[in-house]
Design a protein around this ligand. Sequence first.
Ligand SMILES: [Zn+2]
Length: 339
Amino acid sequence: MRFLKVLFAILLVAAVITGVIYWLRRHRTEPPPTPTPFETKGKLQVVALDVGQGDGFLIISPGGKTALIDAGSAQAGDDVVAALQRRNLRTIDLAVATHPHADHIAGLRRVIGKLTVSNLLDSGQNFASDEYDRLQRAVKTRKVQFIKAKKGWKFSLDSGVELEAFNPRGDGRWITNIREGGSVENANSVVLRLSYGNFAMIFTGDAETDTETELVKHKFLLRAQVLKVGHHGSRHATSEKFLNAVKPEAAIISCGNDNRYGHPSQPTLDRLKKSNVKVYRTDLGGEIAVISDGNTFQVSTARQMNLASLWQGRIELEDLLVQPKKAAAKSKLKKEEID
Ligand SMILES: [Zn+2]
């Protein structure tokens, strides 16, 4: 009898411990609530997902259709999937790989593996990397419709929500005349304009000034209330000319807390400030949501941004190295590390 009592006590203690461990695990991994204090029903939502160093933008139309422009790095992939599942999303109507760098596409592969993705809009560039190969394999296995982007291509999400591609040029024509040290893949990023009534937002991927100049020259309808700042706030993107053409009221910079590339850069922040643009940064505010009724828009951040840091650029890791080491460090950047 006594033996049974002891056994029962041991089992009870073990059950309580297991229960506590299970509870702690569950609650530790429980994602934070959606940081949108505004009414979202019947409105257009654009969410800059908190993917660290990379890009990941979710669009939900008033009718519940979805688009996902990039989905961060491999490390961010699970967080992106969790962010989508938290919103009870099972299907992505249009996924976009702005260009084949890992900090944009690796997470997309995870999403394609876990959710039903109907279409993938790709920049269509030839790029040899393991990550891009894996993405293409996932597209085939999961029977995702593969679409090569081309300027003028339009996609109607629903309820008057439309996406239009301004870049790449398509038909095998690429921007190759780029700045020294720049990236052809970045220059040929898919650039999209999202519109809903009188509201518009521009997504530039990692395009820099060479691309911006072409867009301005071609007289695309660049005006938009919100700008997804090009190339994580790099000094080589978001030129004054481009800002004058877009005339954004708000700008979102997606970048990581500990990035080695110096994103966002001080000159870009200065240009945004000079143009009176309200800036939101994922490295400071976490997930950022833009809600629009087709006329006005509201922005909220998951965390309160430290205003003292908002206009302060980050320092490029290589700038801290002495000159001879600088070149060596640059050449050592692996393909998977190109931002
Ligand atoms: Zn990038």
